[in-house]
Write a protein that binds this ligand. Structure first.
Ligand code: NAD
Length: 509
């Protein structure tokens, strides 16, 4: 069953979208052509100055209303997301709705403070000479391109930030989940954001690529490494700023002193929620030998007990896309062929694209399931002699999105975290980092470029921070301006001696 299929059409290319649980066609979209992408950017550019001119307080007032709209219409959003993805109600509520409510509320709460002019004091050497003001100007038109695994929240989060910062936004949601992504715009339109200030362009990679080339001022991309590299190349050619939030292969280390019940619960949930289709999901578990038997016993028991399918009593839903299911099956088959032990699952089950929660042990780094992003309900556990071996194995990956350490010793968690080549590290948890907007978020190695979130840095990331250097003394000329005299040289020599000599240099810092 292909979830996204080309439809016969005389005019624009059309794609039909199916429900991954029932296999029924639920919608179709017209793929936006390059000409229409260009026209959308022109409309956005014309509308953006008016939006920026409202000022941050008024923009915040409008954008914040989207929270009321979302609260009122959450059931419709959930229904759309579930129809397009087959995810459970709990996954829709926690990943899509709660996170989106929190992001809208949080970014609105700090918009005025973060986007107001700053007047940082200058350091000792310059203090007597100049004054500085920094103003945060919108970039212009921001292209937001998003994936299908968290289609509503991953569209809402950057869109809200870019709008608050005074930009116009063109959102290109995934072709697998077009209407879920569109809801991010619908709640903002209903809140009062003008239609040309926020536009949604449907389509596949062709539309996304056209948007990157259409003369926007920044690209905020979330998706695969493969597409991320193409976007980076295209942006580099145009000297266009971009952020890439890409895939992961996140490791989890279980130390001998870990609370094993929590570690086992965590390993199962954090590898399987959202049907395992989470960039920050746990994809590799390294457990130290001393506690491995007990950990594996607990994990096996928990994986066996999991309920899969479409009902509200189910704990994991469908895989969202047939292409992803192909990858999951390829990884599991390859692992078994190379000697992994399939303890639980490893097969399709029930309706549509459902795949049984799967536990693999005796895995090695020769297997695709330990090297490539699997993005499915597959838990891989490797027993290692000690923590040193766990750290080395965790770092042995082309990815570096995030990582977790299960230990009851906070100091040890910090020690190990410092040695992990990952964008972020969590003690006794994983994935939660994306829900902490105060924390800078972004991957190392192939997992991304640039960071998003990070408190005051976030909205400013959608701005140009323009320093305005102001005059302090209203003199006819500065000391080093022409005409140069003997006094100029003397004055410079004296300044060096006075300011940076041993006595005063600390005051000049
Ligand atoms: P994808 O790269 O296939 O598609 C993402 C988006 O890019 C879609 O909207 C798609 O239509 C568009 N696109 C495709 N080709 C393009 C091109 N050449 N130019 C511009 N746009 C193009 O990714 P996906 O399969 O939709 O998403 C899954 C991936 O996203 C996984 O690797 C997952 O780890 C990653 N992801 C990362 C994060 C993060 O924050 N790091 C979050 C969620 C998902």
């Amino acid at each position: 069953m292909a979830i996204v299929e080309a439809l016969q059409s005389n005019g624009a290319r059309r794609l039909s979208i199916k429900n991954p649980l029932s296999g029924e066609a639920i919608d179709d979209i017209a793929v936006t052509s390059k000409e229409d992408v260009d026209a959308a950017v022109r409309r956005a550019r014309a509308a953006q100055p008016g939006w920026a001119a409202l000022g941050v307080a008024e923009r915040k007032r409008i954008v914040h209303r989207a929270l009321d709209v979302l609260m009122a219409r959450q059931e419709e959003v959930i229904a759309t997301v579930r129809a397009e993805t087959g995810k459970t109600r709990v996954d829709a509520l926690s990943i899509e709705i709660i996170s989106s409510c929190d992001f809208i509320n949080y970014w609105c709460g700090r918009a005025v403070k973060d986007l107001s002019d700053e007047k940082p004091g200058l350091h000792g050497f310059l203090k007597p000479l100049k004054k500085l003001r920094i103003v945060y100007e919108p970039l212009g038109v921001v292209g937001v391109i998003t994936p299908w695994n968290g289609p509503f929240v991953l569209s809402t989060d950057p869109t809200v930030q870019a709008l608050l910062a005074g930009n116009a936004v063109i959102l290109k949601p995934s072709e697998v989940t077009p209407r879920s992504g569109e809801w991010a715009a619908r709640i903002l339109w209903e809140a009062g954001v003008p239609k040309d200030v926020l536009q949604v362009l449907h389509g596949d990679g062709e539309t996304g690529a056209a948007l990157v080339q259409a003369g926007v001022d920044k690209i905020a991309f979330t998706g695969s490494v493969r597409t991320g590299k193409k976007i980076a190349a295209s942006c580099a050619e145009q000297l266009l700023p971009f952020t890439l939030e890409l895939g992961g292969k996140d490791p989890m280390i279980v130390c001998a002193d870990a609370n094993l019940e929590r570690a086992a619960n965590g390993a199962v949930f954090l590898s399987m929620f959202n049907t395992g289709q989470v960039c920050l999901g746990v994809e590799r578990v390294y457990v130290v030998e001393r506690v491995a038997d007990e950990f594996l016993r607990l994990v096996e028991e928990k994986v066996r007990a999991m309920r899969v399918g479409s009902g509200d009593d189910k704990e994991i839903g469908s895989v969202f896309w047939d292409r992803q299911l192909d990858i999951i099956e390829r990884h599991v088959d390859d692992a078994v062929a190379r000697g992994a032990r399939l303890v639980v699952g490893g097969n399709r089950t029930g309706e549509g694209l459902c795949y049984a929660p799967t536990l693999l042990t005796d895995v090695t780094h020769d297997m695709a399931v330990m090297r490539e992003e699997t993005f499915g309900p597959v838990l891989c556990v490797m027993v290692v002699p000690d923590e040193e071996a766990a750290i080395a194995a965790a770092n042995d990956s082309e990815y570096g999105l995030s990582a977790s350490v299960f230990t009851t010793d906070e100091e040890k968690a910090i020690r190990i975290a410092r040695r992990l080549r990952a964008g972020s590290v969590m003690q006794n948890d994983a994935a939660v980092i994306y829900g902490i907007p105060e924390a800078p978020f972004g991957g190392l190695k192939s997992s991304g470029m640039g960071q998003v979130h990070g408190g005051s840095r976030a909205l400013r990331g959608f701005c140009h921070a323009k320093p305005i250097v102001l005059d302090r003394w209203k003199q006819d000329k500065e000391e080093i301006w022409y005409p140069l005299t003997e006094r100029t040289t003397k004055s410079l020599e004296k300044t060096i001696e006075f300011a940076f000599g041993k006595v005063l240099r600390r005051l000049m810092q």
